[in-house]
Design a protein around this ligand. Structure first.
Ligand code: NAD
Length: 332
């Protein structure tokens, strides 16, 4: 069977790591018809939008996409393409497994955490404005329905993956209404899953706990902003953004992408680590039912990193993006 998958190379380092990922996935022998679609700053001129409708149509049709990072201008210019994509396709769940890989330098060696981040609301809804010259306002909107939906996703994921505990992360002591609602909704969902342990943590305390005793945690479910921040914290625990994969999942489509951004200063240098996107393809292959190929890619990544000979600068080596991907593809 041939799978048709949309691929968005993205900006900055995106095209290099996308080519690297494609080489590795093609080495599995799984038949994939890659439908290349462009989004981001470079297509602005041609389409007058950084997210052309044709890209969304392609993902809606194929139901699966994998993408490189896309730059979001700070303060001015277009809003985030990534946020718009997640919203337009109803990709309500951002899944980011963070696990230690032998051979990666980190103060921690046994991390096994999963982040489940709500992807559609909270401060990312972009409801903000200048009230007057002195005052800017950003609205944090949380709904019971979206909060229950993301909590259900976390509990269902726990069941399918044989995991034991879900922790809801919030700041309900201060934002009693919005985060209070998120926490209440997570608790309502938890009651339907008596086989999975449930607890909650205030987000600042969660940051400290993750650094001091990460082994106490398993799956975390969080509103959008805390999920974004804790994702980078957890990437730090496992040795950096270069190895942190992710997926955005909805009822009708899924888009796989690394946690990291477009790292513009490294663009075109054949320098950055392709692993985060390659590990995102591990999630993608599993999602499309190619479990054996998914396992082979994961094991090959682990072997190449474990050996430490053909790895990029962030893992202490001197290999380029392409060379590291070739080493992984050869094992696959
Ligand atoms: P970034 O993740 O792009 O890079 C931060 C630093 O992390 C880099 O300078 C580099 O040292 C390291 N790093 C990142 N990826 C790496 C890799 N693959 N290998 C080795 N080291 C790596 O974060 P930033 O600089 O804050 O963001 C750059 C742009 O990316 C911004 O415009 C931001 O909005 C965008 N962004 C996009 C996405 C996405 O497309 N989903 C996600 C995050 C950020």
């Amino acid at each position: 069977m041939t799978h048709t998958i949309t691929i968005i190379p993205g900006d900055g380092i995106g095209p290099e790591i996308s080519a690297a990922m494609r080489m590795v996935v093609d080495a599995t022998g799984v038949k994939i018809d890659w439908e290349v679609q462009e989004a981001g700053a470079d297509v602005m001129e041609k389409y007058k939008t950084p997210l052309p409708e044709v890209v969304l149509e392609s993902i809606r049709r194929n139901k699966v996409a994998i993408k490189g990072p896309i730059t979001t201008p700070v303060g001015k210019g277009f809003r985030s393409v990534n946020v718009a994509l997640r919203k337009a396709l109803g990709l309500y769940a951002c899944l980011r497994p963070c696990y230690s890989i032998k051979g990666v330098r980190s103060r921690f060696s046994d991390i096994d955490l999963v982040i489940v981040r709500e992807n559609t609301e909270d401060l990312y809804a972009g409801i903000e404005s200048m009230i007057d010259d002195d005052t800017a306002e950003s609205i944090k909107r949380i709904t019971r329905s979206a909060s229950r939906k993301i909590a259900k996703f976390a509990f269902e994921y726990a069941r399918t993956e044989g995991r034991k505990k879900v922790t809801a992360v919030h700041k309900a002591n201060i934002m009693k209404c919005s985060d209070g609602l998120f926490l209440e909704a997570a608790g309502q969902e938890a009651a339907l899953y008596p086989d999975i342990e449930f607890n909650d943590r205030i987000v600042d305390n969660m940051c400290m706990q993750l650094v001091q005793k990460p082994e106490l945690y398993d799956i975390m479910v969080l509103p959008n902003l805390y999920g974004d921040i804790i994702s980078d914290l957890c990437a730090g625990l496992i040795g950096g953004l270069g190895i942190a994969p992710g997926a955005n999942i909805g009822d009708d489509a899924a888009v796989f992408e690394p946690t990291h951004g477009s790292a513009p200063k490294y663009a075109g240098l054949n320098k950055v680590n392709p692993t985060a996107l390659i590990l995102s393809s591990v999630l993608m292959l599993k999602h499309i039912g190619e479990k054996d190929a998914s396992d082979r890619v994961l094991n090959s990544v682990k072997e190449v990193i474990g050996e430490g000979k053909t790895v990029t600068y962030d893992l202490g080596g001197s290999a380029g993006t392409r060379e590291m991907a070739e080493a992984i593809a050869t094992r696959v």
